[in-house]
Each structure stands twice: as structure tokens, then as C-alpha cells.
Design a protein around this ligand. Sequence first.
Ligand code: GLN
Length: 198
Amino acid sequence: MKIGVLALQGAVTEHIVSIEKTGAEGVPIKRVEQLEEVDGLIIPGGESTTIGKLMRKYGFIEAIRDFSNQGKPIFGTCAGMIVLAKRIAGGEPGHLELMDITVARNAFGRQRESFECDLEVKGIDEPVRAVFIRAPLINEVGPGVDVLTVYNDEIVTAREGNLLVSSFHPELTDDFRLHQYFADMVEATKQVQQQNRI
Ligand code: GLN
């Protein structure tokens, strides 16, 4: 099983390392054609305006929408969550506009630009170590969205079908259980798609 990491900007190598801990192969994705080789895609943290601009420039907006429409799983972390959201608070236009959530950028305030904590994630047994860096949070979710983590009354992890998002950076710790959760989503989708082909 191969999982791609969009490699336009941001924390790419760390995600590849975490993916490989799950036993899947991690592939940095720099060109749209490479999406055909992978079963799932991670959109990393970084700066969402920059990632959005580069996605437009290299044709990734349509290509990733197609990828998602095929039911293939996508995991957006931090800036990756912002680019997946249908709505960005404050009226800034969205990027991929795939997931039925509204996100607020840099939502934790200056005094808490970055911090770490342990969080309960629905579907994972023990708390997960989470690193927040100028993190966004989810203000609003549509009816099809499953909230996986609430931290101080704010939603920071959620899933809608094939789409998974986290406000924090799961790739910056040794704890790869959120990557395992995503790899399990990718594996399950792959199996269903293979059965449908038989
Ligand atoms: N603050 C960044 C943005 O709005 C996201 C930060 C991150 O990915 N660590 O795009």
C-alpha cells in the first residue's frame, strides 16, 4: 500500500517517516500524475495560502478533487486541514473545498502559538500526543462530519467519509497512531475497491 504526501511546501519528510512506521510506503507527491500511484494522500502542515497557490499553479486542485471523488482517503494536518475545508472563517476563499467544515486560522492566539498536549481521539484507545503550531480549529461541522476530538470545547480532529483532518501535527512525535488510523482507512477503501472490481 502506498500513501502520498503532497510535497509542495511544509512538513513532508516527517509524514513519510510516520507513514513508514505503519508498514505502508510513503511517496512524496510533486506532480499530479504521481497521484495515480498512491492509495491515499496526506496534505501536510505549512502555510495554507502558499500551499493553495502552489496547488493552483501545478493543477492539484482538480486532481485532488478527482482523487477524493474516487473515494480515496485524504488526511489534512494543520494547513492541510485548512485547504480541505469548504469554508474559512473571515471570508477568505477556500482551496479544495471538499470537507463540510468551517475552519478558523491561527485560532489559538499569540500567547499560545505553539504547545503540546495529550488528546483523546475517538477510535484510538489511549490519548495521542499532539503538537499545535499556529494551529487552526474547526468552528462548524456539517451533519456528515464525525467529531473525533474536542479540546477545551474546540473541535481539533474530525472525519467525513474518506476525509480526515487534525488541527495539530501528528508527524512531529514518535506517536504514529493517527497515521495508523489513516492507513487503516486507506487499507479498508482499497479492499472494498478491489472487491468491487472482481
Ligand atoms: N497558520 C498556518 C496557516 O494558516 C498553519 C500552520 C501549520 O500548518 N502549522 O496556514
